[in-house]
Design a protein around this ligand. Structure first.
Ligand code: XIL
Length: 380
């Protein structure tokens, strides 16, 4: 396995010296800097992030792009020892949950920014950028808002949401996924018939982007979508639908800066189609759009294989994708959907038995071959 040499290494003896009691603890001990061992893991532990000239942000900045990761606020509350990994590795953070409409108004209609502020403040303190994710997403629209939209057809409901959130974080959020997952290849004109489409019609996308631009004129504004990497009829149709949408918006003078490719790669689908990704990115590029890789991770096909083999398969598919993506000058940012398998939506139940290993670090924050694949792809 390839590991970054810059990590401070604790062998088992030092680890034991550092605190025998931790071995029995299933939880991370806040402030200890030590990650407890698990019976099934070898005796090597990395407890600090790489040195500045070995970080992902370093390699990314040499390639002229940003490296970012999704971060969820419970990490900052319950496992603050891990935040240095995010600060060291990233030039940008994406709140994984906290900016979503439903998270911001959880349990009622009034906004609660406490969780989001935790992440934003970490970014502010450390001079990191923030990618705002996302203003409108069918899966994170609170029930009360859905109901109100259907009843009143009042655009003011959406407008109030966008104004409230975008103006609050105008100083630090410089990229917005304004609309998340607007595409449905079999939907009307390739659009998803979500509540916004249903109530306001297809122009909701244009209206949302224009409004965001009015409030944060310097922010880069994106539409963001998934399942764009494989050679299946469905994914061809999705790529075409996304291009069609972008063309339509640009032809109407909508201030769309770019397209976000989520890049949730999936080994169950086989290998990605480098040719199709290349063609797709070239078409977007030719339209003058920026491209952001926004949520890279890898879902495994077979978790019963030996770990080294699993990790190599994950790294290989990430590398195949990145080699094509990063060859495009319009790809200006790369974000992974988390850093460690310990905090990955792919490891969440019911899928998480045993946990998926689709991110750069394992559960004990040992760098995995996928991290090395990202480094090598960035170095080019
Ligand atoms: C996911 C989170 O990672 C999960 O923890 C949550 O339960 C659901 O949302 N595409 C997106 C992200 O745009 O917002 C999703 O994040 C993953 C799929």
């Amino acid at each position: 396995m390839i590991r970054s040499q810059s990590h401070r290494r604790l062998d088992r003896r030092n680890f034991l010296r550092a605190g025998l009691t931790m071995l029995s603890s299933p939880a991370v001990l806040a402030g200890s800097g030590i990650i407890p061992a698990r019976a099934d893991t070898p005796g090597t532990f990395y407890v600090s992030p790489p040195a500045p000239d070995h970080t992902l942000r370093h390699f990314a900045s040499r390639a002229g792009i940003r490296f970012g990761a999704a971060l969820r606020s419970p990490i900052l509350r319950q496992a603050p020892d891990f935040s240095p990994f995010y600060v060291a590795e990233c030039s940008s953070l994406t709140p994984e949950w906290e900016l979503k409409w439903e998270s911001l108004t959880y349990g009622g209609e009034s906004y609660n920014f406490t969780d989001c502020d935790l992440i934003i403040d970490l970014a502010r303190r450390n001079g990191l950028a923030v990618r705002g994710h996302s203003l409108l997403w069918h899966l994170s629209t609170p029930a009360w808002a859905v109901q109100r939209m259907r009843e009143t057809r009042d655009w003011g409901i959406v407008e109030n949401h966008i104004r409230t959130v975008v103006s609050r974080y105008r100083d630090v959020i410089d990229h917005w996924d304004v609309v998340n997952e607007p595409i449905d290849a079999s939907g009307p004109n390739g659009l998803r018939d979500n509540v916004f489409h249903e109530v306001y019609g297809p122009d909701y996308i244009e209206q949302a982007i224009r409004l965001t631009h009015e409030i944060a004129p310097n922010a880069r504004l994106f539409i963001n979508d998934f399942s764009l990497e494989y050679d299946f009829p469905e994914e061809h149709a999705r790529r075409n639908a996304l291009i069609g949408l972008a063309e339509h918006l640009l032809s109407r003078g909508v201030p769309l800066s770019g397209v976000g490719i989520q890049a949730h790669l999936d080994l169950r689908k086989g290998r990605i189609s480098q040719r199709d990704v290349d063609t797709f990115l070239s078409r977007l590029e030719a339209m003058g759009l920026d491209i952001s890789i926004t949520e890279l991770d890898v879902y495994e096909a077979d978790r019963s294989l030996p770990i080294d083999q699993r990790d190599d398969l994950v790294a290989q598919t990430a590398r195949e994708f990145l080699d094509v993506a990063l060859a495009h000058a319009s790809v200006k940012s790369l974000t992974t959907w988390g850093l460690s398998d310990r905090f990955s939506w792919l490891s969440e139940p019911p899928q998480g038995q045993p946990g998926n290993r689709g991110l750069l670090y394992d559960e004990l924050w040992q760098a995995k071959p996928m991290r090395q694949a990202v480094v090598e792809a960035l170095i080019g």
